[in-house]
Design a protein around this ligand. Sequence first.
Ligand SMILES: [Zn+2]
Length: 176
Amino acid sequence: MDDPPLNNNLVDISPSRHSHDDSKHRYELKIAHHSLIFSSAHFLINHAKCGRLHGHNYSVSVLIEGPITEQDMVIDFMKIKKLIREVCAKLDHKILVPHHSPFLEILITEKSIKLKSHRKLYIFPKEDCMILEIEAVTSELLASYIWKQLASKLTQKQFSVLIEETPGAVAKFGVI
Ligand SMILES: [Zn+2]
């Protein structure tokens, strides 16, 4: 029996509707938005200027690559923006502490965090700090930290994270 004619008002949503196989094509998205920011304090041990406690308004963007899905998207922009915002929120208005610094002794008590280097001693309220499993709070390692946070929630792993620490100073970590 012949197939019934398609009604012109209906959209064919069968998976084979593409005249070519779009799963073979790679697309790249850039996710950058004024809301993808965090303001945090940090210091870099043994750095002349950045060795002093100071802060930055960091902005985050993501490049993600892959084939398009049945929804004709690599990923839903709203979904990835929400994930980035969640990571930024955890870092925002916090003192960023590099847990694996070889130059810091770190003592964490119930309410405070004590950081001792060969030259300085800091004691901060614990609630004001975000302890990161990195060796130093550089933009490079922040980008890798955020990449890992996003990778734990995304099936796509073909992506990069870019961190702009000051205008024009950008670090990128990832696979594209
Ligand atoms: Zn800095």
